[in-house]
Design a protein around this ligand. Structure first.
Ligand SMILES: NC(=O)c1ccc[n+]([C@@H]2O[C@H](COP(=O)([O-])OP(=O)(O)OC[C@H]3O[C@@H](n4cnc5c(N)ncnc54)[C@H](O)[C@@H]3O)[C@@H](O)[C@H]2O)c1
Length: 436
């Protein structure tokens, strides 16, 4: 099939490359011309394991091409996927749909034959209706159809998630569109992935409801971790004890800092805002958002407490700054709170991340990026283990710690408390009994 992905970010580029790998002809479009020029040269704009190889292989086969000409790309394609961002509005909590509507307007000027238009971006319920109305101002309704196919991939695992999705959801009332989408996804369905359909609004809601539920699980275990710290219980035992119950499930029950990333913060707020529009009080999701905001303050207070409230001139090293491992994505990462807080209080911050220096910290004075862990933690008063990259799992703190007294705050419970009995190192983690 001939596909066009509009928006070549984490979702559009990964799904476009994966669809081309299944034998489809795919054009990945973006209005960021530099991104497109680089992609044409084989330069991948994001860090996603396995993506570069996939892009290069399919580009060589001419199945995957890149363009900044939306109109021409739409004309050449049968199925158009809208994959642009839907961030939280600057002054509010609902999703900013301006990117989606801009794309819809451009599509409406390019329809030359029947097109299936799919929203893959996470969009509030009824956005499909609004896109349909917008396009129908310019184009006869017989010439296009709008359906929803929300994306559930996780950054860092995106290619595996595309190839082996737990489920594929398509929202449409048209049996012929569903048939086409089923055929597009048939290589994955034939390997055992569930394919199910609902109406367009149902599919739009499923995505928000799924993300809000996962955010709820994380927030729940984070609150239980707070309790564990007070009563000297190991939160990991609690996670195992409750997660073994199949009704609950063990995933997303690992205590840590506040949840972040490009989806959970904006989608929880987005869902509340959908509820408000429909006059439904989504009190659970509201509590989750509130609890997650409180958690940021709680973690900052704990950092201050570890440094005995004397942050000025303290050397603090942060290991990992992205919101999770195997991605370079910084959106809503807890490090964006921690580092500016420390700098404001007069600390000298050094950080290391496997995906390199971050533009977010470039203009901060007293904040330096180091290319390796040894240099980053040299002479640190406090090391904060922020992101669970594999390379931090087996660090030898005996050889890393050179100072008389250093503290380590392990925000991911990455280190085994039994292994961390290192001279001169005071170890703190999340929801686990203190060891020294
Ligand atoms: N990132 C994830 O893990 C993930 C997972 C599932 C769903 N989603 C959803 O998918 C959508 C996209 O997310 P993302 O993380 O890929 O965003 P992103 O910011 O990485 O990519 C969006 C891309 O769209 C491009 N763009 C914006 N306006 C355009 C236009 N008019 N024409 C062409 N290109 C345009 C931008 O330049 C950018 O490259 C969001 O709604 C998000 O919630 C994201």
């Amino acid at each position: 099939m001939k596909l066009c992905m509009i928006g070549s970010g984490y979702v559009g580029l990964v799904t476009g490359a994966c669809f081309s790998d299944l034998g489809n002809e795919v054009i990945c479009v973006d209005n960021d011309t530099k991104k497109i020029d680089n992609l044409k040269k084989g330069i991948i704009p994001i860090y996603e394991p396995g993506l570069e190889e996939l892009v290069i292989r399919n580009t060589k086969q001419n199945r995957l091409t890149f363009s900044s000409n939306l109109k021409e790309s739409v004309k050449k394609s049968d199925i158009i996927f809208i994959c642009v961002g839907t961030p939280t509005r600057k002054n509010g909590s609902s999703a900013d749909l301006s990117y989606v509507y801009n794309v819809a307007k451009e599509i409406s000027l390019s329809i030359n034959k029947f097109k299936i238009i799919i929203t893959k971006s996470t969009v509030p319920v009824t956005t499909g209706d609004l896109i349909e109305n917008l396009i129908s101002k310019k184009v006869n309704k017989n010439l296009f159809c709008v359906a929803s196919n929300p994306e559930f991939l996780r950054e860092g695992e995106a290619i595996r998630d595309f190839k082996y999705p737990d489920r594929i959801v398509v929202g449409s009332n048209s049996s012929s569109i569903i048939k086409t989408m089923k055929s597009l996804y048939s290589p994955l369905i034939n390997k055992g992935s569930k394919f199910f359909t609902t109406n367009r609004k149902g599919a739009e809601l499923i995505k928000y409801a799924a993300n809000a539920f996962l955010a709820t699980k994380i927030t729940y275990i984070n609150e239980i971790a707070n309790l564990c710290e007070k009563i000297n219980v190991n939160v990991e035992d609690v996670s195992l004890g409750i997660g073994s119950d199949l009704r609950i499930g063990s995933r997303f029950l690992r205590a840590g800092p506040s949840y972040g990333g490009s989806c959970f913060p904006k989608d929880t707020k987005g869902l509340i805002s959908i509820g408000e529009k429909e006059k439904v009080d989504l009190s659970i999701v509201k509590s989750v958002v509130k609890s997650n905001e409180n958690r940021k303050k709680l973690i900052l207070n704990k950092i201050s407490k570890i440094l005995k409230n004397k942050i000025k001139n303290k050397k603090v090293s942060i290991l990992g700054v992205t919101f999770k491992p195997n991605t370079d994505d910084m959106r809503d990462s807890m490090s964006l709170k921690i580092i500016p807080y420390l700098i404001k209080k007069g600390a000298i911050v050094s950080y290391y991340d496997p995906t390199g220096e971050k533009k977010e910290f470039k203009n901060l004075s007293n904040c330096n990026f180091y290319m390796n862990i040894n240099d980053a933690v040299k002479n640190a008063d406090l090391i904060i283990l922020h992101t669970e990259w594999d390379e931090f799992k087996s660090l030898n703190f005996n050889s890393l710690i050179k100072k008389k007294k250093t503290s380590l705050y392990d925000l991911r419970n990455l280190l085994n408390t039994a292994d961390i009995k290192v001279k001169n190192l005071e170890y703190f983690s999340i929801g686990r009994p203190k060891i020294n």
